[in-house]
Design a protein around this ligand. Structure first.
Ligand code: KG4
Ligand code: ZN
Length: 362
């Protein structure tokens, strides 16, 4: 059913981006409007869930309207289905998108597909590369998750490995914050690292024997120890900690340590699965060194490497529209009016919504 024709209007609101897109046939972005509250959140050093939810409420109607306008689509005649991120993510933030999507589906009498956020991330690759297809192996690295996965011919996921502690993006964000840089920290480290010497500072890299799980907490603690020591020395000597710690070299060394771990595990996953296609996804996929290092590794293994355009790496509605398309052609069912938000939902169950207890009786 890969040739099914379908325009999907998709909503993403799992964290601090309110985004709505119209996607054609799972491959083409007709519009992708993104309103972010990251600037506001950066005043607090990270995402405040309550603020994220309130900001979604303020803009969601306007973002939906703009996405339709830019796609030159009318919901009555040009949209075949709606889609929404139903989890995982911040409960209050998710509920704003879910409620808006339910209202649209009800008003226009069209199906509504509930999408797993991480399925969305990896499906962004369908939008950036016509050769990207199932089966594939992929790495999803975002602010909340680090997963190595495969997707088979039936569009079912298997999780090969995941982080046992901090997510990869979380480690970037925490270290950037300790360096005095605003949220989100990943792009800040990426920028600092560009002119840094990545051999200057040594970092431990955890490799958990015989499995593909990740651990970033040792690396994070080592980085925080460097920074705290530099701050203490600076206080004693009456100077700035950046006079003691070269933050460009530090960012470059830290970033390379993370990238090396991700590349090593990705290579093992490819060898284990015999994959011919490898896709990168998630906010951290915007990282320049990671994109290059994975591309180089895949080239050596003769594996086709794909990563989404940078705008499709961080949270956006288009990836949800793409994912909904593949859900719809592989047996995924539209949601009914009981659709809820599912803050924890395992990717290997993406075609089945988690059960929730209903406390109120009608
Ligand atoms: O996927 P995403 O937009 O949101 C979640 O689902 O979490 O990912 C956000 C994460 C943040 O931790 C941010 O610092 C990181 O992606 N990120 C990056 C870069 N751009 C965004 N990390 C490293 N390098 C980047 N260029
Ligand atoms: Zn995300």
């Amino acid at each position: 059913m890969k040739d099914k024709k379908m325009n999907i209007l998709a909503i993403e609101s799992s964290c601090d981006e309110t985004s709505v897109a119209v996607v054609k046939d799972g491959r083409k972005v007709l519009s992708n409007v993104i309103a972010s509250s990251a600037d506001l959140q950066s005043q607090f050093g990270g995402v405040v869930p309550e603020i994220a939810a309130r900001e979604h409420v303020k803009v969601i109607a306007a973002v939906i309207e703009q996405a339709l306008e830019e796609a030159h689509c009318k919901p009555e005649t040009d949209i075949d289905a709606f889609a929404v991120t139903a989890g995982p993510g911040l409960a209050g933030a998710l509920l704003v998108g879910v409620s808006a999507a339910k209202a649209l589906a009800f008003a226009y009498k069209k199906p509504l597909y509930p999408v797993h956020h991480l399925a969305g991330h990896i499906c962004a690759n369908f939008l950036s590369d016509a050769e990207f297809d199932v089966p594939f192996t992929g790495l999803i690295v975002s602010g909340g998750h680090s997963h190595l996965v495969t997707m088979d011919q039936n569009y079912d996921f298997q999780i090969l490995g995941r982080t046992l502690d901090d997510a990869c993006g979380e480690a970037f964000d925490k270290i950037a914050r300790a360096l005095g840089k605003p949220y989100p920290g990943g792009p800040q480290i990426d920028k600092l690292a560009k002119t840094g010497d990545n051999t200057r500072y040594a970092f431990p890299t955890a490799h958990l024997k015989n499995n593909l799980d990740f651990s970033f907490s040792g690396l994070k603690t080592a980085a925080l120890t460097y920074i705290n020591k530099a701050k203490q020395t600076a206080e004693r000597e009456g100077c700035e900690f950046t006079d003691i710690l070269n933050i460009n070299d530090f960012a470059a060394s830290f970033q390379t340590a993370i990238v090396q771990t991700l590349v090593k595990h990705s290579k093992l996953a490819i060898l284990q699965t015999g994959a011919k296609i490898f896709g990168l996804a998630g906010g951290v996929a915007a990282n320049n060194e990671l994109r290059q290092a994975l591309a180089d590794m895949c080239k050596k293994l003769n594996v086709h490497f794909t990563c989404p355009d940078k705008i499709l790496c961080t949270d956006n509605g288009a990836m949800i529209g793409a994912s909904a398309y593949y859900l719809s052609i592989s047996g995924g069912k539209p949601a009914d009016s009981n659709l809820n938000a599912y803050p924890s939902w395992s990717l290997d169950q993406w075609k089945k919504l988690p059960q929730v207890k209903v406390h109120k009786k009608l």
